[in-house]
Design a protein around this ligand. Structure first.
Ligand SMILES: Nc1nc2c(ncn2[C@@H]2O[C@H](COP(=O)(O)OP(=O)(O)OP(=O)(O)O)[C@@H](O)[C@H]2O)c(=O)[nH]1
Ligand SMILES: [Mg+2]
Length: 306
């Protein structure tokens, strides 16, 4: 690397919910920054993940899935995603390729409006067709590539699998093209601009997502109430509140004899321990806050929207 060839800039990862944006981010960072779940609307804010090499620094902006937004929380999510695009030097639109292979109608329904909007922004961009590990036989992938090219002539299409790593090097090379020549924007050992407090609250939310059925996780938010470091014991004491918007959900979060909450606590504590190093004491409380998904002030206090 010479100073004049170094590149650095912001790349927004956008796309429908569940496309694998956060999985991709974690894969190219080699560390888990963003939480992942099989349920849609997992990511709720634009989260940075910084990948620094000898040649370039890519500041990824992982974003909430773009979907038909009904209700205030959904609008906050979708606004956060489009907001990231405004800040970016380039965009990668993620699609779950396995969902669209052999289903040109669904592809058209989802891709056309995004292509129209992104086309007007004039930001350099590529489309990542993710989850190719699930597209078999390969002819189906060729069909999908042809369908995309017909809908969006000239766009750069990259088949990838965030899970197996297939195609990721190719995509990273394309992303480099989008970056301006610039010295690094962040220290080379910095992985994210998110605070460890925020990352801890996300880890708790992820464990709740994994244990809860259907629409339940959507009504859940996590707030860190207190965070105390005790250096002589190499210990961090964390207390967090889990909010749910419905009284009937509280029992499900807690589970029979507190079993579910206990499991969430154990899994989250283990992972937070990996993040912080040292010992972690984690205390979880569940509170009902009716209608929080419509309460703008409260959502802003949680770091959603602005
Ligand atoms: N088979 C397969 N599954 C994948 C791949 N990438 C992601 N997944 C799975 O897809 C699901 C959704 O992944 P996420 O990374 O949470 O998706 P997202 O686009 O960030 O979703 P939102 O945050 O809800 O917008 C998870 O169950 C992942 O394990 C892939 O390449 N192959
Ligand atoms: Mg996500």
């Amino acid at each position: 690397m010479t100073q004049s060839t170094y590149k650095a800039g912001f790349i927004a990862l956008i796309g429908p919910p569940n496309a694998g944006k956060s999985t991709f981010l974690n894969a190219v960072l080699g560390e888990k920054i963003a939480i992942v779940s099989p349920k849609p609307q997992t990511t709720r804010t634009s989260i940075t993940g910084i990948r620094t090499t000898a040649e370039e620094q890519i500041v990824f902006l992982d974003t909430p899935g773009i979907h038909a937004a009904r209700g205030k929380l959904n609008r906050f999510l979708v606004d956060a995603a489009w907001g990231a695009v405004q800040e970016a030097n380039g965009v990668v639109l993620f699609l779950d390729g396995s969902k669209y292979a052999g289903n040109a109608k669904a592809l058209e329904r989802d891709l056309r409006p995004m292509a129209a909007k992104l086309g007007t922004l004039g930001v350099p961009m590529a489309v990542a067709l993710n989850k190719v590990d699930q597209i078999k036989p390969k002819e189906r992938l060729l069909g999908l590539l042809a369908d995309c090219a017909a809908l969006w002539p000239g766009v750069e299409l990259v088949p990838v699998s965030a899970r197996t790593g297939e195609g990721l090097e190719t995509l990273l090379k394309i992303i480099r093209e989008f970056l301006p020549f610039s010295p690094p924007l962040f220290p080379e050992d910095q992985l994210s601009t998110a605070s460890v407090r925020f990352l801890a609250s996300e880890i708790i939310r992820e464990k709740l997502f994994l244990g809860l059925e259907q629409e339940l996780p959507y009504n859940v938010a996590v707030e860190i109430e207190s965070w105390e470091e005790i250096p002589e014991e190499n210990m961090t004491m964390i207390s967090a509140t889990i909010y749910t918007s419905k009284n009937s959900h509280k029992g499900m979060i807690v589970g029979r004899q507190g079993q579910n909450l206990k499991k969430v606590g154990q899994l989250a504590r283990q992972e937070i321990k990996g993040l912080l190093g040292g010992k972690v004491h984690l205390e979880l409380w569940v509170k009902v806050r009716e209608g929080w998904t419509e309460d703008g002030q409260f959502m802003i206090s949680l770091g959603l929207g602005s």
